[in-house]
Ligand binder design. Structure first.
Ligand code: GAL
Length: 461
């Protein structure tokens, strides 16, 4: 497959702090909710944790060399809030944490790789969970904005691409609804409140960036939201409406407010008082608060109308709280699956890009994550992950088709640069294009890294 993407298309790779850094209690870092969550027996497969992870904290040079060899022009990583502010508050700054990110940013720039920095990839300082009730607390959005301010101040001279929040939907639904991710709360109302505060945190941070730092350093800022595609199960209006509803409860929940200034009507209608309201001032702050849409996309499911199906209590599907949406989700048993059991459906990616372009007036979109986990093996020092090569090729072909149909897709970041701590699944699920031996911590490029590197350098014919 030849690379026919536009010349200035941004090719990148992504990671996040808790999943790769390790050094969980080193050089003054405070604990995060993931450090605590991993200590509760049964929450993470094999009771694994990110104490060492990929030991990236001690391997900046080596990991930047991986990126350089790959040939990517951009690297998306996240800052661990509690590495910079051990108890989450700006009163106590951990300068060793600042030094670490400075070193990383400088090494990237020296290697001609743009840093794309996510401010929040789920590792809330534990102190703020305990003292402020985490994302349910009334002060949390201001505390996030204070933390963001510190990051812009220290790194804004070199970082020109900022992402405030990674996947608010996951924070809300998996963290405060299903309780399968930190902080492990189970509720059918808390997700909407937590999500509300996450959106306000985003808007307040962007406001500080634009007022205080943009005039000096310039740069772009946006939010990254995740979404699977929802395809109507049958060619009938009720299923088409169900698929649309599912997409609105998934993606528009966190994207309408930042582009249009408020939640989707369907959510307001169906949720009533369960969904908090924005004040006029908050709406104004939110509207237009993202210079681009960051999209994390992994899979596709069928959606059908769930009317007539009686449910006893809240039902959680992969799409949120099903009873609120009245949507049933299913997959085609003939679809290929990854080792996460996620269906491989490249045309879903194209349809989603077209849907986003249509709904939000053709904004700039960056796919800030796309990838797959397989049961990779290292055999004689090599990992022939041809299933991942296929996955990337077919998803990229779908992206290119979307671009050809007018979608402003400007960049693509593979998840992930290397195998890492896959949250509640631990280390068994390997998403990397570099194989990590978690005993020796040695990194080995998989076949997919070699293919991706050649592709982006235009060496594949
Ligand atoms: C995303 C998340 C990443 C990674 C990926 C694969 O939701 O942002 O941290 O874990 O999924 O599951």
């Amino acid at each position: 497959m030849k690379n026919t993407f536009p010349k200035n298309f941004i090719w990148g790779a992504a990671t996040s702090a808790y999943q790769i850094e390790g050094a969980a209690a080193e050089d003054g870092k405070g604990p995060s909710i993931w450090d605590a969550f991993c200590q509760i027996p049964g929450k993470v497969a094999k009771n694994e944790h990110g104490n060492i992870a990929c030991d990236h904290y001690h391997r900046i040079e080596e990991d930047v060399a991986l990126l350089k060899n790959l040939g990517v022009k951009a690297y998306r990583f996240s800052i661990a809030w509690s590495r910079i502010l051990p108890n989450g508050r700006v009163k106590k700054i951990n300068h060793k944490g600042i030094d670490f990110y400075n070193k990383l940013i400088d090494a990237l720039i020296a290697a001609d790789i743009q840093p794309w920095v996510t401010l929040y990839h789920w590792d809330l300082p534990l102190a703020l969970q305990m003292e402020e009730n985490g994302w349910l607390g009334e002060n949390i959005s201001d505390l996030f904005a204070d933390y963001a301010d510190i990051c812009f101040k220290h790194f804004g001279d070199r970082v020109k691409n900022w992402i405030t929040i990674n996947e608010a939907w996951v924070v809300a639904i998996l963290g405060y609804g299903q309780g399968v991710f930190a902080p492990g709360k189970i509720s059918n109302t808390a997700p909407y409140k937590a999500g509300h505060h996450v959106l306000l945190a985003h808007a307040k941070a962007v406001n500080i960036f634009r007022k205080k730092y943009f005039p000096i350093h310039g740069g772009k800022i946006g939010i990254t939201n995740n979404c699977d595609w929802r395809e109507p199960l049958m060619d009938k209006q009720a299923d088409k409406d169900a698929a649309q509803r599912a997409l609105e409860f998934f993606f528009a929940w966190f994207t309408d407010p930042v582009f249009k200034g408020d939640y989707p009507k369907v959510m307001k209608d169906r949720l009533g008082e369960k969904l908090p309201q924005f004040s006029a001032e908050e709406k104004a702050l939110l509207k237009g608060s993202s210079d681009f849409i960051g999209l994390n996309h992994y899979t596709t499911m069928y959606a059908s109308d769930a009317s007539g199906i009686t449910q006893d209590g809240p039902i959680y599907g992969n799409g949120g709280i099903s009873e609120d949406q009245n949507v049933n989700l299913s997959v085609d048993k003939n679809w290929k699956r990854t080792s996460m059991n996620w269906a491989v459906v490249p045309w879903g990616c194209k349809n989603l890009l077209l849907w986003i372009a249509d709904r939000y007036d053709n904004p700039d979109i960056y796919i800030t994550e796309n990838g797959c986990s397989y049961n990779d093996q290292l055999v004689d020092g090599a990992c022939e992950d041809n299933n991942r090569v296929d996955f990337i090729q077919t998803y990229l072909a779908a992206c290119k088709e979307a671009i050809d149909q007018g979608v402003n897709l400007k960049g693509y970041f593979i998840w992930s640069l290397m195998d890492n701590f896959e949250w509640a699944s631990g280390y068994e699920k390997r998403f990397g294009i570099h194989f990590v031996d978690f005993e020796t911590l040695e990194r080995t490029p998989k076949a997919s890294a070699k293919w991706y590197g050649k592709f982006i350098k235009n060496e594949v014919t």
